[in-house]
Design a protein. Structure first.
Length: 182
């Protein structure tokens, strides 16, 4: 603001000098009344210029005081906030590092669990296949037992038709015959 007020003073001084030179020249040419009126106008202008300079100087002081206060506030904020910001940044970096590590571990564990799950699914699929084959064999075995029972009934019916021949001891079911021999 010092530069601005100095420029205003310089411009005012230059204007005043030119006005006075011009007025002196006019006063010499014109009458005294006109000269007095011009001097009154110049005096009024001088007074306005002085008031403007005082206002500008006051505003300059206010701005310098405001600038000083603002610099002080910025310094205080920096002193209070910057150390905490560094701590917070360090905390955030640690948190991000642990989060990234956790995500990597979770990814590895997920991959391991996925492979275990695939192994279990393959094993369950194999067991289901074996169970289906076992059920087929059991159905075949039941059919075979039913057929053998009908065959035994048919043999008994044939024997009864053939007469009273002494019959061989009845055949035991396969399971019982194996139990007798052992």
């Amino acid at each position: 603001m010092t530069v601005f007020s100095a420029l205003v003073r310089r411009a005012a001084a230059e204007a005043e000098l030119r006005l006075r030179n011009g007025l002196d020249l006019l006063a010499a040419i014109a009458e005294d009344r006109e000269r007095q009126a011009e001097r009154d106008r110049i005096a009024a202008c001088d007074e306005r210029i002085r008031r403007l300079e005082q206002v500008i100087e006051g505003q300059g002081r206010d701005l310098r005081a405001l600038r000083t206060e603002l610099d002080s506030l910025v310094g205080q904020l920096n002193d209070r906030l910057l150390p905490r910001i560094d701590e917070r940044m360090d905390d955030t970096e640690r948190d991000l590092t642990s989060l990234a590590t956790g995500l990597v571990r979770a990814g590895r564990e997920t991959t391991a669990q996925r492979s275990r799950l695939e192994t279990v699914e393959n094993r369950v699929s194999d067991l289901r296949g074996k169970l289906a084959r076992m059920e087929q064999r059991a159905a075949l075995w039941r059919d075979l037992q039913a057929t053998m029972a009908r065959l035994g009934d048919d043999v008994d019916a044939l024997r009864s038709r053939l007469g009273a021949r002494p019959a061989l001891p009845p055949a035991a079911p396969l399971g019982e015959a194996d139990a007798r021999h052992s």
